[in-house]
Write a protein that binds this ligand. Structure first.
Ligand SMILES: Cc1cc2nc3c(=O)[nH]c(=O)nc-3n(C[C@H](O)[C@H](O)[C@H](O)COP(=O)(O)O)c2cc1C
Length: 328
């Protein structure tokens, strides 16, 4: 008998496959379908701190009264923010009524102040957890690396004190001291790290000589990034780890569990192959466990992390050498 039960941020899950935050987790209908197809938890589309500010400024710029009367500007600012937040809170409440799987809310934030008021409302609305997508691009030439890192630490500490529901932090790999930063963050009271976020990236249209958006979706080879870092960090961080980026099938799911992920999040594959892929990934995991004589995930989770594998150098090496890559 194969048991896929998993634990993540203190939540009990029926398996380790979680729907990551995306436009697909922005409606109750989709969340119901994801549950039917076997997903174990959903992370809702993020409430964007940036987006709220942008929308408010847009409305204010368009409104002539707002330009003339500052009190109108205040009214619009509060009304627009409240409206966006209220829609989000309703999504949480309705999703919680409609499904039995955990519903994790998500806030995309770039500071440690403005959005804190929303987080408490999210907890009251019934979210089972909160994932904070913290996105600070270290592109300011006048800023030291530790100034950027401080933003993450302030957010992690403040929010863990503020909320009772478990909190996860989702971040990118853009840190000069990635391992130390992640270990430090895992000690702040947060319950999980989501490794890694995939950002919108620019690309160039050479015919029109213009900047355009690059591919929104990941590809299967992108899984190499979380795989390496989870293999190296899972034995030492003090909280759970969710893998994210490049998981396009059952094999990638198995690999990330083998290097020590507690759960695995998927987004692009749901867009590309549809919700039925969830069932097929779970079946691949079960059949692999059956063939390898495993009856529970804990029997093999982390078996190929840097401390358990016979070949730890494979994770540390970054230059191509024939001995490692097999190609001259
Ligand atoms: C269309 C789309 C929308 C997304 N929206 C969000 C979002 O609102 N918040 C967030 O934290 N991540 C968002 N993501 C990122 C995903 O949650 C995920 O981290 C990333 O796509 C890598 O996983 P994947 O390779 O399975 O797609 C989005 C991804 C896609 C493709």
């Amino acid at each position: 008998m194969i048991d896929l039960k998993s634990q993540y941020m203190g939540l009990k899950l029926r398996n380790p496959l979680v729907a990551g935050s995306s436009g697909l987790t922005n409606s109750v209908e989709n969340i119901i379908e994801l549950e039917k197809n076997g997903i174990s938890a959903v992370v809702l589309k993020s409430l964007f701190e940036e987006q709220i500010h942008y929308r408010v400024s847009q409305i204010i710029m368009e409104d002539e009264y707002a330009n003339l009367y500052p009190e109108v500007e205040n009214y619009i600012r509060n009304y627009t923010t409240e409206n966006d937040v209220n829609t989000y809170l309703r999504l949480i409440e309705n999703a919680k009524k409609a499904v039995n799987i955990p519903v994790i809310a998500s806030i995309n934030c770039i500071s440690d102040t403005a959005w804190m008021a929303y987080a408490k409302k999210i907890e009251v609305a019934g979210a089972d957890g909160l994932e904070l997508n913290v996105a600070v691009l270290p592109s300011d030439p006048d800023k030291e690396g530790n100034e950027n890192e401080k933003i993450y630490f302030n957010i992690a500490r403040k929010i863990s004190q503020e909320l009772e529901i478990p909190v996860a932090i989702k971040l990118s790999c853009y840190f000069s001291g990635l391992a130390k930063t992640l270990i430090g963050l895992s000690r702040t009271g947060i319950k999980a790290l989501v490794l890694f976020n995939r950002f919108y990236s620019p690309d160039i249209d050479v015919e029109h000589e213009e900047v355009k958006s690059s591919f929104v979706f990941s590809t299967p080879s992108d899984v190499a990034l979380p795989l390496r870092w989870i293999a190296m960090l899972s034995p030492i961080v003090k909280c759970d780890i969710a893998a994210s980026t490049g998981v396009h099938g059952g094999n990638a799911l198995i690999k990330l569990l083998l290097v020590g992920a507690d759960v695995v999040q998927i987004a692009s594959v749901l867009y590309k192959k549809g919700f039925r892929e969830v069932g097929s990934m779970i079946e691949q995991l079960e059949s692999w466990m059956y063939r390898h004589n495993y009856s529970s995930i804990d029997e093999f989770r982390g078996k190929l992390s840097v401390t358990e594998t016979e070949n730890p150098a494979a994770y540390e090496r970054i230059q191509f050498m024939k001995h490692f890559s097999g190609i001259e």
